[in-house]
Design a protein around this ligand. Structure first.
Ligand code: TYM
Length: 334
């Protein structure tokens, strides 16, 4: 039986945090053997916000190594870097020319990030979702596993594909419509310093997030200093206690325990008793990932060879879609 195709990506803006891991990467690992998978480090997206040219390249390698360290298996997955496959930028341009500006102006993430960029909002930030649509549509992906915050971008991707097929497909489906894959648990991991805000790479406070490569001491310190409340006893169900809900959810996901088990275990605990449990579970979960990461980075040439093979496989598929799109648009053949 032919497997359905999966595509997803993460930006190389600094390190990966628990939101990226629990909302996306962990789910890729869990379902990888059911699908034919393409996982990309989306470095072209990373320059839509101010970035450091000195670290962009090494950050991309770090993320690719973390994909492998978290358990992605090359038997099931193709791993590559977005800017290595020029079809991504090219299809984004072609799709730009059929995407109404007001669709992009309506994107929640654009509005939020534009506020942060202030007076100098760059065109790339507005165009971010078109590049994301190009990423997905190039691989004719069936499924796109992401966190909750990407749902609107996936709806836009489908709208762009429908519009393209309708205007230029002559009755054929040139671009396949992808479905989002959003798991309930972990789809929205919140900040450690404010349980009403998403855990994010762009939060100025490092204390707000746990990164996959944080050493045990840093993890301990961040959990020790995270926001709590004055109530004794832990519950998922009190809307007035967002931090409690978030940290219990993290504990369940990292310790591999069900919500019911966590609720029962923590019902009568005070914060002082709960925090060491969460700390221990987090360190124990991340330890093997960190060890594997060190191994991968120590093996001279290994990562480069993974990314080279990934690029070659990705280029072959992306090239076919790009040709089909250019044909449909009526470009002269080379
Ligand atoms: P990025 O790098 O911002 O996020 C990568 C993935 O992590 C998820 N995520 C979260 N999940 C749960 N809780 C959080 N606090 C949290 N923060 C982030 C995101 O939902 C995402 O799945 N635009 C994409 C990158 C991208 C992409 C693509 C994804 C570019 N092209 C094509 C899928 C397909 C993004 O959000 O990156």
């Amino acid at each position: 039986m032919v497997k359905q195709r999966v595509f997803s990506g993460i930006q190389p803006t600094g390190n990966l945090h628990l939101g990226n891991y629990l909302g996306a990467l962990r789910n890729w690992v869990e379902t990888q053997d059911q699908f034919e998978n393409y996982f990309c480090v989306v470095d072209l997206h990373a320059i839509t916000a101010p970035h450091n040219p000195e670290t962009l390249g090494t950050d991309s390698s770090t993320i690719a190594a973390l994909y492998l360290a978290s358990g992605l298996d090359l038997e099931h997955c193709t791993i590559f870097i977005q800017s290595h496959v020029s079809a991504h930028s090219e299809l984004a341009w072609l799709l730009n020319c059929i995407t109404p500006i007001n669709w992009l102006e309506d994107m929640i993430q654009f509005k939020e990030k534009a506020i942060k960029q202030g007076q100098n909002v760059n065109t790339g930030l507005l165009d971010y979702p078109v590049l994301m649509a190009a990423d997905i549509l190039l691989y004719q992906a069936d499924k796109v596993p992401v966190g909750e915050d990407q749902k609107q971008h996936l709806e836009l991707t489908r709208d762009i594909a429908v519009r393209f097929n309708h205007q230029f497909g002559k009755g054929k489906t040139i671009l396949k419509l992808p479905d989002p894959m959003i798991r309930q648990e972990g789809a929205r991991v919140m900040s450690l310093t404010d349980g009403t805000k998403k855990m994010s790479k762009s939060d100025p406070s490092d204390l707000s997030r746990i990164s996959l490569l944080d050493p045990p001491e840093a993890i301990k310190n961040k959990i020790k200093r995270c926001k709590t409340d004055a109530v004794r006893g832990m519950t998922f169900d009190d809307p007035e206690r967002p931090e409690c809900h978030n940290l219990l959810s993290l504990y369940g996901l990292l310790a591999g325990k069900s919500k019911a088990d966590v609720a029962a275990e923590c019902l009568d605990l005070g914060w002082g008793q709960f925090k060491p449990l969460l700390t221990e579970a987090t360190i124990a979960h991340l330890q093997p990932i960190q060890a594997k990461y060190q191994e991968i980075m120590a093996e001279q040439g290994y990562l480069e060879s993974v990314l080279k093979q990934g690029r070659e496989k990705a280029e072959a598929i992306a090239g076919e879609t790009l040709e089909a799109v250019k044909d449909a648009l009526g470009f002269s053949r080379r």
